[in-house]
Design a protein around this ligand. Structure first.
Ligand code: GRF
Length: 222
């Protein structure tokens, strides 16, 4: 049997995406070994989710470090205890230094709640509503030094509903994140999707466009 891809999940908050990974592995739909869940926030509810699932946890509080580099070195040192093949950023609210990204180049994934390259940064749901966009969604991408700018793998998109609030939109976007993030991570774990020469490679072909999946108003894949 092939060795499963050892995966670390980095969180800062509620961890609903983490829960989606836990559930997908438990259901036999995702072939990753979830080695450790690391948080920079000791109060992150995701740590409770991880413990409830019997996963190893670690907490490195960024406030205890004088610089981004020293925090990142401590995170890398801690992760080394598990030697993960893949890092999943799931609501990890720290920008990683160039040195850290380089150390794990091509092996860090993030999910960003917008159809990148549109709307990098924060407050995406409100900005999408303010702009009157018809479509919104989320993007799974490789992490590079450029914030929210690494090669894209998979996008889930859904129609914006007239008059909905930013929090309603966020809830709908998160529901599709819970489907697309484990799926894309599974592709990377099995080697179907790779990051090489700053591009995404899918089944041996380089591409600059992500795979796009469209969802209906109820969050079902069309
Ligand atoms: C997600 O919506 C993701 O797009 C963003 O952070 C949020 C994390 O939510 N990067 P959760 O902690 O997984 O519930």
């Amino acid at each position: 049997m092939a060795t499963r891809c050892k995966t670390a999940i980095l969180i800062s908050g509620s961890g609903t995406n983490l829960q989606a990974f836990i559930d997908a592995v438990a259901a036999g739909n995702l072939d990753l070994e979830l080695s450790v869940v690391l948080s920079n926030n000791p109060d992150a509810y995701g740590l409770v989710r991880a413990r409830n699932a019997g996963l190893a946890t670690a907490c490195i509080e960024h406030g205890h470090f004088s610089s981004r580099d020293s925090f990142d070195r401590a995170v890398a040192l801690k992760l080394n205890e598990w030697r993960p093949d893949l890092l999943i950023l799931a609501g990890f609210m720290r920008i990683l230094s160039a040195g850290f990204v380089d150390r794990y180049r091509g092996r860090i994934l993030n999910i960003h709640p917008a159809l990148l390259p549109a709307y990098p940064g924060l407050d995406t749901h409100q900005r999408v509503l303010d702009a009157g966009e018809k479509w919104h969604g989320s993007t799974v991408h490789f992490v590079t030094e450029e914030l929210d700018g690494g090669p894209r793998i998979l996008q889930g998109r859904l129609p914006v509903v007239a008059g909905e609030s930013a929090s309603q939109l966020q809830t709908r976007v998160q529901a599709i994140e819970h489907q697309i993030y484990p799926e894309a991570a599974g592709w990377v774990g099995e080697g179907r999707v790779q990051c090489r020469d700053g591009r995404t490679w899918i089944d041996g072909s380089a591409t600059d466009d992500p795979i796009v999946q469209t969802f209906d108003l109820s969050g079902n894949r069309l």
